[in-house]
Design a binder for this molecule. Structure first.
Ligand SMILES: [Ca+2]
Ligand SMILES: [Ca+2]
Ligand SMILES: [Ca+2]
Ligand SMILES: [Ca+2]
Length: 391
């Protein structure tokens, strides 16, 4: 995976091979290479990007242009030994961005590890992404690559639906990929647990809240944990525990984190006027924390809510356990933002990418300290004019 392999094609008994033509399951482009002498062999370097079975197809042509049968070589590529770092979508160890541009295309920006990002030369997904909500944190199909989660309106069903778009290892989010990988719906068994079908203010992949399972009690995780998802439907904030069957209420009902009777703010901001971010485990107690930004310009604060557990052992956040980080973060100064745990790799995870009103500037505001705000600020990119969403 993501590692070059050398493949050698030889003539298979045809002594006047003038050219070989080859393609693969992950790249359907037919390419040609000629041996240095007629009938000789050629070597090519190929880099599979799919875990598991891959195929290389090759046929030869003689000097008259007659082709051989197509030979198929099947091999298996191993996945990454350890899952990619949270926020990293191409495996280089730096956190990255998925974003929807002004024309509704899904784009990917690779982080350089210093807070700056560079747009990849090709789009990050097929189809149009207008008005789609996106988020990413965690590997939802167990191949080691962080995947894109999207909330999209389905006109045929008259409802919004949640999907996992598997990452190809380089940040291409598959809807229907050539290698057979397809998007996977996230559903609920009990329809009363579906709090996104009418649309949502925000979806947020927060990471794995409840961790893996120690089935034999020896203190070592036997069943790996699964990523979890927060849905802010505009009135209530729900935490869903993910599961390998792609149902979000498989073994636990969603947990209500905030709502009209459990406010998210002291100053009157409602749930519908708050935007969340996933900073990872900021306070180091083993539970992921939650960034809350108050959208209204008259409040505009930025807080970290410390993830805790309620009396039933469910994840919970509380107004009594939050830390003020910064102010003047309303939508008038920060239209869009995403938390990107340690994008500049210096040990302080409280880093953000933020858009700028009426310009294409994306800023990196990094290394936030309680009550002080950011202690690092730089221009991350100038390519974000009119962007609809960043994650
Ligand atoms: Ca990366
Ligand atoms: Ca994955
Ligand atoms: Ca989990
Ligand atoms: Ca940092």
């Amino acid at each position: 995976m993501r590692t070059k392999g050398t493949f050698t094609f030889s003539n298979g008994g045809v002594n006047d091979v003038a050219e070989y033509e080859y393609w693969t399951t992950w790249d359907s482009t037919h390419r040609k290479k000629s041996p240095s002498s007629t009938g000789g062999s050629v070597s090519v370097e190929l880099t599979p990007n799919t875990v598991g079975a891959n195929k290389v197809y090759v046929r030869s042509y003689d000097r008259a242009g007659n082709s051989s049968d197509t030979a198929v070589y099947l091999f298996y590529a191993n996945g990454p030994r350890t899952p990619d770092k949270p926020g990293d979508i191409n495996g280089d160890g730096n956190t990255d961005i998925w974003a929807i541009d002004s024309s509704g295309d899904l784009r990917r920006f690779y982080g350089a590890g210093d807070g700056t990002v560079t747009q990849a030369s090709t789009k990050a997904g097929d189809h149009t992404w207008n008005n789609v909500k996106i988020t990413h944190r965690g590997d939802w199909n167990n191949d080691g690559y962080e995947d894109l989660v999207a909330l999209r309106h389905d006109p045929d069903k008259g409802a919004h639906r949640l999907w996992v778009h598997p990452n190809d290892g380089y940040g291409f989010a598959c809807t229907t990929c050539d290698n057979g990988v397809q998007r996977q719906e996230l559903a609920v068994y009990d329809d009363t647990n579906n709090h996104w079908k009418g649309g949502a203010k925000q979806i947020l992949a927060i990471g794995d809240v409840d961790g893996g399972l120690d089935t034999d009690g020896d203190g070592v995780e036997d069943v790996p944990g699964y990523p979890d998802l927060i849905v802010n439907d505009g009135e209530f904030i729900w935490l869903y525990y993910g599961n390998s069957d792609h149902h979000l209420d498989s073994y636990r009902d969603p947990v209500l984190l905030a709502g009209p009777d459990d406010p998210i703010a002291t100053g009157g901001s409602t749930v519908g006027e708050a935007t969340l971010g996933a900073p990872g485990d900021w306070d180091g107690d083993g539970l992921p924390d939650l960034v809350v930004r108050y959208d209204r310009p008259d409040t505009g604060g930025l807080y970290v809510f410390h993830g805790g557990e309620d009396d039933w052992g469910d994840y919970d956040i509380s107004l009594n356990k939050r830390t003020a980080i910064s102010s003047n973060w309303g939508t008038d100064t920060v239209p869009l933002f995403t938390a990107t745990p340690d994008a500049n790799n210096n040990g302080n995870p409280l880093d953000f990418w933020v858009t700028t009103p009426n310009s294409g500037n994306l800023r990196f505001l990094g290394d936030h300290v309680a009550d002080v705000g950011h202690t690092t600020s730089l221009s991350a990119s100038t390519e974000f004019e009119g962007y609809q969403a960043i994650s």
